[in-house]
Design a binder for this molecule. Structure first.
Ligand code: PMP
Length: 300
C-alpha cells in the first residue's frame, strides 16, 4: 500500500513522520480551529464555504492562518491529489502552534497547519434505512457569549461530553439544548424537524454551528418547494414532529426515529427526509472543486 501523505506546516510528510510538538497549544489548550470536508468523486464539496468558515473561526479567536485562502485551497487540492483519493474526508487543522506552558498565545509565533486526507469510512447503509435514536442530555450547549458555537474550534469538550452522555444512555446521538431549553443541535450535526410538510431548523444564534450541510439542505428545500422556517423550538416540538433528521458533513442527511424514548411518527425515516437525502446525494456528485481537472480520475 502506498504511504499516506500529510501536509504539516509547509510541506508533505509521511503519516508516520507527521508529529507535532507536545508544546503545541492546540494540544495543550484546544487553541485552534478546524474543518471537516468531503470529497465526492474527485470533487471537494463546498470548499469555499468550508474555507470561509475556517477563516471566520480564526478571525474570531485572533489566529492568523499563515496562508491566503487561495493558497490554502490549492494545498487542500494537492493533498487529495498526492494521496490519489476519489472519495475522501479531509481534516484541516490550524492550531496556535508551539509556545510555552502558559496559556497566553503570545508565546506562539508560528500557527501550525495540518491537512489530513483519507479514504472515507462510510456510515453503514442500515443507519440511513433504520434511522437514529437520540436523547436530550443534561449538559447544555455552551453559551454563544462564552464560546461561540459558530467558532469551529479545537475545543470540542462540550460536544464530546454530550456524545458520551448519549452513548451512556444507550442511544446514537445527543440532542443539545441551550440554557433556555431551546433545541440547538447534535454533538456534530444540525437538526431539522418536519411538521405538516413544513421544515423547521433552529436559528444558529440559539447556539449551533452554521453547518455547511444545513445551509445546503435549506437551499435544496427551497429549490424543491418545501416551506422552511428557521425558528426556535423545544423538545416538545421534536417529540410531536412528523419527521426529524440530522445533517452534517460526515452523516449527510440522516433520519431520527426516536427521541427520549418517544417514537417519531411511525418510527421510520420520513418521506421528506428521504427526498432531501436523495437531492443532497445528487448535488454532492455534481458540485465541487475538481481535484483532477484533466482526467477527473485519481488513476493517472
Ligand atoms: N454542528 C457541529 C457542532 C458540528 O461539529 C458539525 C460538523 N462540522 C455540524 C454541526 C455540521 O456542520 P457541517 O454540515 O458543516 O459538517
Amino acid at each position: 500500500m502506498s504511504s499516506q501523505w500529510i501536509f504539516l506546516g509547509d510541506k508533505f510528510v509521511k503519516k508516520e513522520d507527521a508529529v507535532v510538538s507536545v508544546y503545541d497549544h492546540g494540544l495543550l489548550y484546544g487553541d485552534g480551529v478546524f474543518e471537516g470536508i468531503r470529497v465526492y468523486s474527485g470533487n471537494i464539496f463546498k470548499l469555499d464555504e468550508h474555507l470561509n468558515r475556517l477563516y471566520d473561526s480564526a478571525q474570531s479567536i485572533m489566529l492568523t492562518i499563515p496562508y491566503e485562502k487561495e493558497e490554502m485551497q490549492q494545498i487542500i487540492v494537492d493533498t487529495v491529489r498526492k494521496n490519489s483519493l476519489e472519495s475522501a474526508y479531509i481534516r484541516v487543522v490550524v492550531s496556535r502552534g508551539t509556545g510555552n506552558l502558559g496559556l497566553d498565545p503570545r508565546s506562539c509565533s508560528n500557527p501550525q497547519v495540518i491537512i489530513i486526507a483519507e479514504q472515507l469510512a462510510l456510515f453503514p447503509k442500515e443507519l440511513y434505512e433504520q434511522g437514529l435514536r437520540v436523547a436530550s442530555v443534561a449538559s447544555r450547549r455552551n453559551r454563544p457569549d462564552v464560546l461561540s458555537p459558530q467558532v469551529k474550534s479545537l475545543n470540542y469538550l462540550n460536544n464530546i461530553l454530550v456524545k458520551m452522555e448519549a452513548n451512556l444512555s444507550g442511544v446514537d446521538e445527543a440532542l443539545m439544548l441551550n440554557d433556555q431549553g431551546y433545541v440547538t443541535e447534535g454533538s456534530a450535526d444540525n437538526i431539522f424537524i418536519v411538521k405538516n410538510k413544513v421544515i423547521y431548523t433552529p436559528p444558529v444564534y440559539l447556539g449551533a454551528l452554521e453547518g455547511i450541510t444545513r445551509n445546503t439542505i435549506i437551499e435544496l428545500a427551497n429549490e424543491v418547494g418545501y416551506g422552511l422556517k428557521e425558528t426556535p423550538f423545544t423538545r416538545h416540538d421534536v417529540y410531536v414532529a412528523d419527521e426529524v433528521f440530522l445533517t452534517g458533513t460526515a452523516v449527510e442527511v440522516i433520519a431520527v426515529i426516536d427521541v427520549d424514548g418517544r417514537k417519531i411518527a411511525d418510527g421510520k425515516p420520513g418521506e421528506i427526509t428521504n427526498h432531501l437525502l436523495k437531492e443532497f446525494r445528487r448535488v454532492v456528485t455534481t458540485d465541487g472543486v475538481p481535484c483532477y481537472p484533466e482526467s477527473n480520475s485519481a488513476v493517472v
